[in-house]
Design a protein around this ligand. Structure first.
Ligand SMILES: Nc1ncnc2c1ncn2[C@@H]1O[C@H](COP(=O)(O)OP(=O)(O)OP(=O)(O)O)[C@@H](O)[C@H]1O
Length: 315
């Protein structure tokens, strides 16, 4: 069957919708004939990708930002649960963040994306599976491909989603981050980690705990440079509970991965982690950021599914 291209026309502040027709010729030269579906609403890409995999398509390409990739991965994984195992994921990054493609080693240029689709190396990568509470407090389950975090990141995402991006994505992120920082609360967490069949329990105070399959989040922050997409492991990075000025200094270090040498920052490794928030009064401000999307809140239980999905990486 022909590849399906799923386009989020709203990504990159709506630029993708305007630009896509202009790049179809280049994509066709790389892929041959394909079908296109544009998303009509949030989470529509989950449905489109699931049906595409159930129909037996060999390749589904996400054209959009990290949110679009997240949704397509969720659709492919839902289909995989029903036995549709062989659909590969391809990427043409169009969003503002581009965090997942950085771990994959894909440069943000159309010819590089097309080369990966045409002659790329299919990589079998791990996928995170998690159960959580949605914004209304109802139990829910989903998958992530890059990074799930609890704390400040989810609060920032919530504000990003509410700020109109007319003034530009970067300004919206800056305003949302500033507001998130001011409102940020320290979470008192109880975590249970499993590695090689052994469990251990940790209590910690933190403003941000990240559970990483990929390396980069927040539009270029190298929070887990040690993460490998296919090692069957999750890297857990705790950014600590410092006062705001010190926490901001730690966070700035994440852009160059300097944070790992900071005494406030702790690193753990696991195959599974359960996280519970002990100070329930912080619940509304200690939120989940999942592949850049504000999905809900704690408690969360996360496990890695080793080598679950094939992705077209660079040649
Ligand atoms: N037709 C649509 N109308 C409104 N929202 C949509 C539509 N299609 C997808 N979305 C939503 O757009 C959001 C952002 O998508 P995406 O991540 O692809 O772009 P971005 O935010 O520009 O990029 P990045 O996440 O890399 O910064 C997602 O939450 C997705 O659910």
């Amino acid at each position: 069957m022909r590849p399906l291209i799923i386009v989020n026309p709203r990504s990159a502040g709506g630029k993708t919708g305007q630009l896509f027709d202009g790049i179809t010729g280049t994509i066709r030269r790389a892929l041959g004939d394909f079908d296109v579906q544009r998303t009509e609403r949030p989470r529509h890409a989950v449905e489109l990708a699931r049906v595409a995999a159930q129909e037996g398509r060999e390749l589904v390409v996400a054209v959009g930002g990290d949110g679009c990739i997240h949704e397509v991965v969720n659709g492919l994984m839902q289909a995989r649960d029903g036995g549709a195992l062989r659909t590969r994921l391809g990427l043409i990054g169009q969003g503002t963040g581009g965090d997942f493609r950085r771990t994959l080693g894909l440069e943000h240029r159309l010819e590089h994306y097309c080369a990966a689709l045409r002659q790329g190396r299919p990589r079998l990568i791990d996928i995170g599976q998690f159960s959580y509470r949605d914004h209304e407090g109802r139990p829910a389950e989903a998958y992530f491909v890059n990074i799930l975090s609890a704390g400040l990141g989810g609060l920032v995402d919530k504000h990003v989603a509410r700020i109109p991006k007319v003034a530009g994505g970067a300004l919206a992120y800056f305003a949302a981050s500033a507001r998130g920082l001011i409102e940020s609360r320290i979470g008192r967490l109880r975590c249970r980690l499993m590695l090689n069949g052994e469990g251990r329990e940790l209590e910690m105070e933190t403003r941000q705990l990240t559970i990483c399959n990929g390396r980069v989040f927040g539009g270029g922050m190298k929070v887990a440079p040690m993460a490998e997409l296919d090692d069957g492991l999750l890297e857990v990075v705790d950014l600590g509970a410092a006062s705001l000025p010190r926490f901001i200094a730690v966070s700035m270090g994440v852009y160059s991965a300097r944070h790992l040498r900071h005494p406030d920052v702790k690193h753990h490794r696991c195959e599974r982690i359960e996280i519970e928030l002990l100070n329930k009064d912080a619940e509304e401000r200690f939120l989940l950021d999942v592949d850049g999307e504000p999905l809900g809140r704690l408690p969360v239980s996360v496990s890695v599914i080793p080598r679950a999905l094939e992705v077209m990486g660079p040649p």
